[in-house]
Design a binder for this molecule. Structure first.
Ligand code: SF4
Length: 313
């Protein structure tokens, strides 16, 4: 059995809601088949608050092993670096997190807030929030860049707002069974962050021919006008559907780039910023000059079949 402690810091609890929808594996399978013993989870545990206190004290006194430590939410450092906007038992929660992290076999940042600061650290960041080991795109989180868990891992960043349910349960299953995790440059497991949201989107053919929606409710691509960040965002949303059936872009909502370290961007999420007719941000790795040439050719080549289907319901 591997013990798991889940604490919330500056959080809406959305990742907890998300993990309840996991189906591959499900939360129940994590417990029944992958040997995870949940010591505490804020929304799922039925034990008293006093029981959580005893659990934390036992971990800190080395009387109880902590194998997997999950933190959901931004680390709140205000006011003035005291962390007392978010206290627990009379001291800053960020101090408890720091002490428990020293005991953890592995520390998992659940959600973009815990990983990079997320929503609560958006400008003007009034509560001085940051992530566990990152502050947006760079180091400078609560823990030093050089920090490693008892098993020698940096904080494992499961980004998302919320994180995809199966990304959470698969990662936890791998950690519980000792399957090695390869991490990307932002310490996200490559297995779940090596594909763009754009890949697998049902609007791809429209993107290909530059057939674009200008208002919501159509079938076409939302990249040029409606703010879609799918081609710049690494996540499995369109290759492993949410609840096994849908994704944001399939439902007609642009990707907001919620797994990226700079999420949320300080701009309109439903509007594409452009230089002339071309978006400021282009698909990952694409050269602007090449892209402009390709797009004007592609638009001229768009078949009637695609143009006619744009507004089909
Ligand atoms: S809507 Fe977004 S994810 Fe879908 S094809 Fe267009 S740019 Fe890609």
């Amino acid at each position: 059995m591997k013990s798991l402690l889940w604490l919330q810091t500056g959080s809406c609890g959305g990742d907890t809601m998300s993990i309840l929808c996991a189906d591959s594996p499900s939360l129940e399978e994590l417990i029944d088949h992958f040997g995870i013993r949940i010591l505490w989870q804020p929304s799922l545990s039925t034990e008293s608050a006093a029981s959580l206190e005893r659990t934390i004290d036992a971990i800190l006194a080395d009387q109880l092993a902590l194998d997997i430590f999950c933190v959901e939410g931004s680390i709140i450092c205000g006011p003035n670096g005291s962390g007392m906007f978010d206290p627990y038992r009379g001291r800053a929660k960020m101090d408890w997190i720091r002490r428990l992290a020293e005991k953890a076999g592995v520390l998992v940042a659940i959600g973009t807030c815990a990983a990079f600061g997320g929503v609560h650290s958006a400008p003007p960041n009034p509560t001085d929030c940051l992530g566990l080991q990152f502050d947006k795109t760079t180091g400078g989180g609560l823990l030093a860049d050089s920090w490693r868990s008892r098993l020698g891992l940096p904080v494992v960043n499961l980004a998302g707002c919320p994180t995809h349910p199966n990304t959470m349960t698969k990662t936890l299953a791998m950690l519980a069974t000792g399957i090695p995790l390869e991490l990307d440059h932002l310490n996200r497991p490559k297995l779940f962050f090596n594909t763009t949201v754009h890949q697998g989107c049902t609007r791809n053919e429209y993107h290909e021919y530059d057939v674009e929606d200008t208002s919501f409710g159509g079938n076409a691509c939302m990249f040029f006008n409606l703010g879609c960040q799918g081609p710049m965002t690494m996540a499995v949303c369109n290759s492993e559907l949410w609840n096994g059936r849908n994704s944001k872009t399939r439902a007609g909502v642009p990707c907001f780039g919620c797994t990226s370290p700079d999420f949320p961007l300080d701009r309109d999420l439903f509007l594409t910023e452009k230089i002339g007719p071309i978006p400021v941000n282009l698909p990952l790795g694409v050269e602007r000059a090449n892209y402009m040439a390709y797009k004007s050719l592609a638009h001229d080549a768009a078949p009637e079949r695609v143009l006619n289907k744009k507004m089909d319901t």
